[in-house]
Design a protein around this ligand. Structure first.
Ligand SMILES: Cc1cc2nc3c(=O)[nH]c(=O)nc-3n(C[C@H](O)[C@H](O)[C@H](O)COP(=O)(O)O)c2cc1C
Length: 321
């Protein structure tokens, strides 16, 4: 199924620009009387607990945590909030989000703008119905560890983001010795599941390296992986001139990555699949490839707030067929 941007979203994005539209939309969501429970029959057991649906919201949609209450009414099994750094960050210059409608994709060079992890914790009130996962990132291992100790007690799990393609410091951490040190330091304080979010492996050598890295991660007592983040591409439409590509073009790499990780690392690793999941069929393919849960981001931008409910219904009918 080909997913084009909802025409109303396209018009508003043209008038306001995608980032302003997204901000306006998040504010409006608080006031919409939406209570979209997922259909029954999709419940799943994970290391963070029982989820009402395997469909989660990926990191980056709510970068502050201010909208968790409204987002929890859309039928997600869990929401990844952030990514947070220790101190607030402004991110890269604007424009930093653009739609690529024909490719069913988005490019972004947000550069991790966020209010800082302390501000998130201060404002967090908890949510009903779905689990909350905090995504953390940083420039140094110390920053990761500090963010982790600040946030882990108020959320259900933590996602460690070392894969934002326009943030060189965290991308530079994807070496086995650095990952071992990070995991060993996190393990000292760990009381919640921890997932690592990885970049898309571009070549078969990258895929081998990714599996080595994940073996180290799991050997150190960590819980799983979120695969995959966006792919660095040229993006003349953004102020930075480059950005992370998301949406349909990531789908085949995501599926290959999930399949390989499951085969190579076995049942112990929990896999959250993300990248190009736009429909129930995409979600179902990811689950069949070995994922425990799936996450969506670009599908929300293209299909609007009913995306999790619609994808869940499509997933059920794909299961039945
Ligand atoms: C506008 C935008 C902002 C994002 N911000 C983050 C982020 O802060 N942290 C993160 O780990 N991933 C971030 N991502 C990546 C998504 O979480 C996801 O991995 C990626 O978009 C692939 O999924 P999709 O094809 O469903 O969009 C962002 C993606 C987009 C489009």
């Amino acid at each position: 199924m080909s997913i084009r941007i909802n025409p109303a979203i396209k018009l508003l994005a043209h008038i306001l620009g995608p980032e302003l539209l997204h901000k306006a939309w998040l504010r409006l969501l608080k006031y919409l009387p939406l209570e979209l429970e997922p259909p029954r029959g999709l419940e799943v057991e994970t290391k963070m607990g029982r989820l009402r649906s395997p469909i989660g919201l990926a990191a980056g949609y709510d970068k502050s945590g201010k909208y968790l209450g409204a987002l929890s009414k859309l039928g997600f099994g869990y929401i990844v909030v952030g990514s947070f750094t220790l101190k607030p960050r402004k991110g890269h210059p604007k424009p930093r989000i653009a739609y690529r409608d024909a490719e069913q994709a988005v490019v972004n060079s947000m550069g991790l703008p966020n209010p800082g992890v302390v501000e998130f914790v201060r404002n967090f009130n908890g949510v009903k119905g779905c689990k909350v996962v905090a995504s953390i990132t940083g420039d140094t291992l110390d920053e990761f560890v500090e963010c982790f100790t600040i946030v882990q007690n108020i959320v259900d799990a933590v996602e460690v983001n070392i894969s934002c393609p326009t943030h060189e410091a965290s991308m530079g951490m994807k070496r086995p010795e650095t990952i071992r040190e990070l995991a060993e330091r996190l393990r000292e304080f760990k009381s919640k599941p921890i997932y690592i979010k990885i970049p898309p492996p571009a070549t078969s050598e990258d895929m081998d390296e990714t599996c080595k890295l994940l073996k180290v991660w799991m050997d150190c007592g960590m819980d799983g992986v979120t695969a995959i983040n966006t792919l660095l591409v040229d993006a003349p439409e953004l102020a930075l001139g480059k950005g992370g590509l998301s949406g349909r073009p990531l789908r085949s790499t995501m599926l290959r990555t999930v399949d390989r990780i499951r085969k190579e690392l076995g049942d112990e690793v929990e896999i959250n699949a993300v990248g190009g999941i736009m429909t129930g069929k995409d979600a179902s393919d990811a689950l069949r490839a070995g994922a425990n849960t799936v996450q969506i981001m670009t599908a929300m931008l293209f299909r609007g707030p009913k995306a999790p409910r619609r994808i869940a219904e499509e997933l059920i009918s794909d299961k039945v067929c």
